[in-house]
Design a protein around this ligand. Sequence first.
Ligand code: 5GP
Ligand code: MG
Length: 179
Amino acid sequence: MTDEVGEILIPSDRIAVRVRELGRTLADTYAGREPVVVAIMKGCVMFLADLVRAWGGTMDLEFVSARSYEGTRPGRVRVALPEDLGEKVAGRPVLVLDDIFDTGGTLAAVCCEIERLRPAELKTLVLLKKRRSRDGGSPGRSPDWVGFEIEDRFVVGYGLDHEGRFRNLPFVAALREDA
Ligand code: 5GP
Ligand code: MG
């Protein structure tokens, strides 16, 4: 599987170091509070699992799904929330977690749904953010925290897929041009 992907952009040891840093930041930010972590499935599953253990605080985990990519191209965003999310989120600090911020459309769509549930506070964290030159930047708000800024290429690994594959690679790699 490893030889089917292209260049390794972020090796697993760099991911581990950054995840520990982010864990410390969240521990400070949410000290004495119990946030609801809303993870956007499925891409952030590895990141979520490592991050919440590095963080070590007290929190609830909730999952939403959002799909926008068709193959390697962005399309319309569809968000699915669990039915009881409103009860969990109302009046509490919420941290929305995603794997990668590209156009910002996914995060904006999820945050819009969460805002309607009246959280006390809403913050966002993404593992990766693409430096975009294509259209002069992103429409929505920028994430509050970013793990790594990367160049504008389609990436896989550490949770990110291409047509369902490569999520279990321990590093982030560019997808080979011929894939
Ligand atoms: P956005 O809505 O910000 O344009 O894109 C965010 C979503 O598209 C991410 O949650 C992710 O699922 C998907 N995505 C964007 N860029 C990539 C990429 O380079 N690789 C993979 N695997 N997914 C991506
Ligand atoms: Mg996603």
